[in-house]
Design a protein around this ligand. Structure first.
Ligand code: HEC
Ligand code: HEC
Length: 276
């Protein structure tokens, strides 16, 4: 793989070295010529009339060669920017993105309509790589360092949100304050929300509806849609938003690191941790 550099057999490097020596040589000759000329030359011609501390300026026309080179550079720069390399030609990043897209497409077609079991296995693999470092291998949240999935997504998780408030998901409405309901009221609300808001709505849900809406759907994106709390869709929403937590930030997973299916899979997996 890696060959030791050997100048005597390496044509390209030999040429490079030759070129470098020529450049040094030519520069030395030219610099020498001008230094000599500066010593002997006398100047003549029209002055512009400006005078900076005794230094004047000649009224010289722009040298044609220089002007052409300058115009050429401008034209070339426009061509380069609009048609040349940066916007149109080969790009490593572009190639990488294309390869990732192709690989994702292969992935999507290979795992089309996955069974619940497939999603669960896939989710476990993703979880152990992407989430376990913060949420713990068992999903316990590592002593409160991150959310524990033994509770989150269940009625106990809703109760935690009611008791402690919630912040950091970045909804337009901002944070949710703690202690909006308590005691049996809070328990009844938690059970109702965790059940997907089906069945009899407890009267105390009025403590929530001002922000989450009478139907719990989050007033058109102002706050989280509670009807999907505890579903993989809600997890996907969180993964796309990131969570700026009190003890540290959870990164956003909306950069293509995970496909939609992988987000759903890891959602199924973490929610299974609370079903025990
Ligand atoms: C003042 C407005 C407001 C009220 C009132 C309110 N919420 Fe929220 N709720 C929010 C906002 C905003 C968020 C998103 C907060 C965040 O960034 O984590 C949220 C988040 C949640 C979450 C998601 C928590 C998580 O872990 O992801 C649940 C569950 C929830 N609210 C339930 C309730 C319940 C139940 C009530 C009634 C007791 C309620 N909320 C009352 C504004 C409110
Ligand atoms: C860099 C650490 C880190 C990584 C990696 C991480 N999380 Fe989190 N996550 C956190 C923290 C910290 C919180 C809790 C923030 C808080 O409320 O204080 C959190 C909260 C959550 C929540 C609850 C959000 C809410 O609204 O209460 C879910 C769900 C979640 N993470 C899922 C995941 C999944 C799935 C992965 C892997 C794809 C993941 N996290 C990767 C740090 C991380």
């Amino acid at each position: 793989m890696f060959e030791k550099f050997n100048l005597s057999t390496d044509d390209v490097n030999q040429l490079g070295l030759l070129g470098a020596l020529l450049i040094v040589l030519i520069s030395a000759v030219i610099i020498g010529k001008y230094i000599k000329q500066m010593k002997t030359d006398t100047s003549s011609g029209d002055l512009t009339g400006e005078d900076w501390d005794g230094i004047g300026e000649y009224r010289n026309p722009i040298p044609v060669g220089w002007a052409l080179a300058w115009l050429g550079t401008v034209v070339w720069a426009m061509w380069y920017f609009l048609l040349g390399y940066p916007l149109n030609a080969f790009s490593q990043i572009g190639q990488y993105n294309e390869e990732v897209a192709a690989s994702n497409a292969r992935f999507e077609s290979k795992w089309k309509d996955p069974s619940k079991e497939t999603l669960m296995n896939m989710g476990e693999g993703i979880y152990l790589v992407q989430c376990a470092p913060c949420h713990g291998i068992e999903g316990d949240g590592i002593d409160g360092k991150a959310t524990g999935f033994d509770r989150w997504g269940t009625a106990a998780g809703v109760l935690d949100a009611i008791n402690n408030g919630s912040k950091g998901l970045g909804y337009p409405m901002g944070d949710m304050p703690a202690g909006l309901a308590s005691g049996d009221d809070a328990k009844a609300i938690a059970a109702y929300v965790a059940s997907g808001m089906k069945g009899q709505k407890p009267a105390s849900f009025s403590a929530c509806s001002s922000c989450h809406g009478e139907d719990g759907k989050g007033l058109g994106g102002q706050s989280p849609d509670l009807t999907i709390y505890g579903t993989p869709t809600f997890v996907t929403e969180i993964l796309n938003r990131g969570k700026l937590g009190s003890i540290g930030d959870m990164p956003k997973f909306n950069d293509g690191r995970l496909t939609d299916m992988q987000k759903e899979a890891v959602g199924h997996y973490i929610l299974s941790l609370g079903e025990k």
